[in-house]
Design a protein around this ligand. Structure first.
Ligand code: HEM
Length: 203
């Protein structure tokens, strides 16, 4: 299966500890210590029951705790079956979002919508939203899409289609498999009535 080419994204955490003076001029000074304690979830993300800190899994460097082994299995299956995972996970999403907004910001049809927008924030939010929509591990907790776009003046289907086109081109350039692109585009299309503040499509 083809995945987005990832830069070998090795995160190096450099902790610079303050120097302790050799002459120990201040006996009361405490030795420098940095303890990075990861907060582990207290509620099982699958069952909603209290999580057991001994039943865990690490996904994308984050530890998740579960109420029981069955919930952990369910979580693992959901992760590996997700479109998010098949696309290449977090690093692939970052690469795709960056390329997508490069295209959007030079597209004469839509770039004016983003003139006064903090693009770092926008990239982060779009990545969080799409990651959740593609089955990533973190739920979307931002605004409802209808609310987020309701006050954008003059937003029409032409603009929506331009955004969708840029998304599709991004994924094609990143050599994502066609069936995965189709799945992404189906999800993107499902947001149309909310983004354009039209009545929800009849079921
Ligand atoms: C696939 C369709 C789209 C998705 C999934 C999407 C997603 C999002 C998300 C997640 C946010 C942030 C919401 C928040 O603040 O919590 C946002 C904001 C925004 N979107 Fe979209 N969007 C879509 C289409 C469009 C289109 C077609 C335009 C205009 C061409 C657009 C312009 C904007 C702008 C300008 C903001 C910033 C609003 C603000 O901060 O005041 N979006 N969008």
């Amino acid at each position: 299966m083809k995945k987005i080419h990832l830069l070998s994204a090795t995160l190096t955490l450099v902790l610079s500890l303050p120097m302790i003076p050799a002459t120990a001029a201040e006996p009361s000074a405490k030795p420098a210590a940095v303890t990075a304690v990861e907060e582990i979830n207290k509620v099982c993300p699958v069952s909603g029951l209290p999580a057991d800190p001994k039943i865990t899994v690490v996904y994308e460097e984050k530890t998740y705790a579960f109420a029981d082994a069955a919930s952990r299995t369910k979580f693992n299956e959901a992760r590996s079956n997700s479109l998010y995972h098949k696309l290449g996970g977090k690093a692939a999403m970052t690469a795709a979002i960056n390329l997508f907004y490069q295209k959007v910001l030079v597209d004469e049809r839509i770039k004016h919508f983003f003139e006064d927008i903090n693009m770092n924030k926008q990239r982060r939010k779009q990545q969080e939203f799409l990651s959740a929509a593609f089955g990533g591990p973190t739920p979307w907790t931002g605004k409802d899409l209808r609310e987020a776009h309701a006050d954008i003046p003059g937003l029409t289907e032409v603009h929506f289609n331009a955004v969708a086109e840029n998304l599709q081109k991004t994924l094609e350039e990143l050599k994502i498999q066609k069936d995965l692109i189709d799945q992404v585009m189906t999800i993107a299309a499902s947001t149309k009535s909310a983004v354009l503040n039209h009545p929800p499509a009849a079921k």
